[in-house]
Ligand binder design. Sequence first.
Ligand code: ZN
Length: 336
Amino acid sequence: MEKLAYCEKCGREQPYRLNSVPMVGRLKEELYSYTGQEARCQVCGARLSVKEVEEANLRCLYDLYRKQKGIVSLEYIRELPKRYAIGKRPLSKLLGWGELTFTRYYEGYMPTHQYSEVLKRLYEEPSFYKELLERNKEALGSERSYEKSLKAVEALLSLAGGEKDAKIDRVARYLLYKCEDITPLMMQKALYYIQGFCYAFLGEFPFAEECEARVHGPLFREVYLRYKDYHYEPGEKKDGFDASGFTAGEKAVYDSVINSFCCYSGKVLERITCNESPWLQARGNLPLTAYSEEVMSRESLGAYFLGVKEKYHMVNPGDIRAYAEDMFRQSCVVPL
Ligand SMILES: [Zn+2]
């Protein structure tokens, strides 16, 4: 599955490799520094222009701009139609905007500050959406789409009022408690290993949420969005953690995943998880840097982690470490 691009120096298509490099981009008369990727010809070393790579770099630049200017993230915007079970155009009309305005933001155009605030509030406050839906339902033009969306927002509201504390959130907080300098992306990898190894050792998946095979590795979307702005502050005081809700078996798996994997950097964990078959299977023939929300199937996760347990003759959750060390060694010798 080697990837090819046209190299002008060689005069033909050649395989290329990707390097992480510091980049500077200009947006609205200001310069931004970020880490991007460049494609280099494997044969002559020349820099190649590859559309997906350039698009991914542009996305990094835009993400940075959004973060610095407090503009709503593209992920939030993309999540909205799903969150409220509504089409892009109907949503735009509901907001009293031009029919295609929301679609443009969905495709990546930068919203103005004012529109951005509305979108943020819409994402964060289902009650705000519900109000809007009731007030402007005429704009939808169909009773069916109104009812479908109403059902979605009411489900969110009852979730917020009732049992909000899903298991995955409790485990996420446990991870923050146990390894304080964890980054949002490392947390996602740890949750993924917990999902897999709990299945292998305890016979069932602890989390109801689906894990997506994203460019940067496995990701549980809702939890990621909740914690993505988390930054560890050195010296921050930690509250205690009440682990009495976990069974002994669960806690043994959580602790072993933390001890075995959370000592590696986010980049190393990304390389390791992207070499495992649940991620590879879910991505199929997608280009390496292509955006995708493809879900890893429970079958592939279950089969993979049962296989790992068997291959490494694991008896106790404590044995997970041998697998982590092995994968770490492999990820160091595989050229990227
Ligand atoms: Zn070349």
